[in-house]
Every structure is written in structure tokens, then in C-alpha cells.
Design a binder for this molecule. Structure first.
Ligand SMILES: [Zn+2]
Length: 122
């Protein structure tokens, strides 16, 4: 991959990372350990209000988990750009298909290994 392409992917990744941090900051606060905690919204003190608060909290927690997972992935991909291993599969070191990277710039694995990882084969 040439420098211009790398630069392009780096910019996309930084943008995606910033967008994710922005989305996170709307639903969570970050503590000094870097952990995100869902913002608590008070709906009221009735049982149904508490139930709404609880389900709201659970929704936020699952969103936070997926955003944090995304963030880690962007950071790993950005790290790979720094190390010069971007575009190579973390598992088998084969080149990741460029179309896959265009569609999914934070891909760490080739589609073959990704499939295996999702199936828990490796
Ligand atoms: Zn692979």
C-alpha cells in the first residue's frame, strides 16, 4: 500500500474514532481509569419510571460496550499504520483485500480469518 492510500485510511480511521468518542460522550462519562459509565437519567420515582430508567441504563450499557469495542479496533488499526503492518491480517499476515479495507477500514484480519474468528475456530 502506498503512502497516499495509508494517509487516506488513517484519516478515515481518525474520523471514525472521533465520531465514536463523540457518540460515547453523549451517553457516558469517562472516569480517570478511562472507563465509561452510562449517564443516569432520572425519569421519576414511580416503579414504572424506575423500570424505564433501568432499561434505559441497560440499553446505554450495551451501546457503550459496542462503542468501546469499536474504539479499540480503530486504535489497533491506527497502531498498525504506525507500525507499517496496516493492510496485513493480524492472524495469517496475508494481505487484506483492498475492497474489504475500503468498506471496513478498521479490519484487522482478512475475511477468511475474520470468518473463523467469528465462528470461534481460531
Ligand atoms: Zn488472515
Amino acid at each position: 500500500m502506498n503512502k497516499a492510500e495509508l494517509k487516506k485510511f488513517k484519516e478515515i480511521l481518525i474520523k471514525q474514532k472521533e465520531e465514536t468518542i463523540e457518540k460515547l460522550s453523549q451517553i457516558a462519562t469517562k472516569d480517570s481509569d478511562g472507563d465509561y459509565t452510562a449517564l443516569h437519567e432520572e425519569y421519576g420515582s414511580a416503579d414504572e419510571d424506575n423500570a424505564t430508567e433501568l432499561s434505559d441504563q441497560l440499553d446505554k450499557n450495551s451501546l457503550i460496550n459496542s462503542f468501546v469495542k469499536d474504539l479499540k479496533q480503530y486504535e489497533k488499526a491506527l497502531n498498525k499504520i504506525e507500525k507499517g503492518t496496516y493492510g496485513k491480517c493480524d492472524h495469517c499476515s496475508k494481505k487484506i483485500d483492498k475492497k474489504r479495507l475500503e468498506y471496513f477500514p478498521s479490519a484487522l484480519y482478512c475475511s477468511e480469518c475474520q470468518r473463523k474468528i467469528e465462528k470461534d475456530v481460531i
